[in-house]
Design a protein around this ligand. Structure first.
Ligand SMILES: [Mg+2]
Ligand SMILES: [Zn+2]
Length: 186
């Protein structure tokens, strides 16, 4: 029995501006509101965990070690602001690539492998946890894993306030254009 909740964050497009396969500190621009959201989540005893697809590794755009170096730097930037990132889970695979990280896997979102790994590692109650992502695959992943809420962050969306419920098929999710305002859902 566990009651541990988590704020599960996609990385590119939620934590840092998605310039495409960002893997160097000099290319990292934090998105306004992310630290405020995480600080509020910490205050409410959510663990903060990153879950990120990193097919740039399978595509040989950067080595896996570079991803780890960059992840440690990001985690340190949060730490400097008083926020603990518990872990950064990543999927290095891509189904259309060959080589070491080519082929199908169970961790590339929308597959829920990373969420289930986090659940096991941190004894999470996923039904009380929240995912914030900027793509529909993040929303699908959250719903497949049985999360309480999924929030689609689109900085330039027409959503004037949070929360606003949007629907795609049978899977509802919140649409937000302000990261800090997502704290209202915590
Ligand atoms: Mg993203
Ligand atoms: Zn994978």
């Amino acid at each position: 029995m566990t009651t541990q909740r988590a704020l599960l964050l996609d990385r590119d497009g939620v934590i840092n501006i998605n310039h495409g396969y960002v893997h160097r500190t000099e290319d990292c621009q934090f998105i306004p509101g992310i630290f405020e959201l995480c600080r509020e989540a910490s205050r409410k005893n959510y663990l903060i965990i990153i879950v990120t697809n990193q097919s740039g590794i399978a595509r040989n755009y950067y080595p896996r070690e570079q991803f780890h170096v960059f992840s440690r730097w990001i985690e340190h930037q949060f730490w400097l602001r008083g926020i603990i990132i518990q872990h950064t889970y990543h999927c290095p695979h891509h189904p259309k690539e060959s080589g070491g990280f080519g082929g199908f896997c169970t961790c590339r979102k929308p597959k829920p492998g990373m969420l289930f790994k986090a659940q096991k590692d941190f004894k999470l109650d996923l039904s009380r946890s929240i995912m914030v992502g900027d793509s529909l695959s993040d929303m699908q992943c959250a719903r497949i894993a049985g999360l309480k809420e999924a929030v689609l962050f689109k900085e330039h969306s027409t959503a004037k306030y949070v929360p606003r419920l949007a629907k795609r098929g049978k899977k509802p999710y919140y649409l937000a254009n302000d990261l800090a305002a997502i704290a209202a859902l915590l």
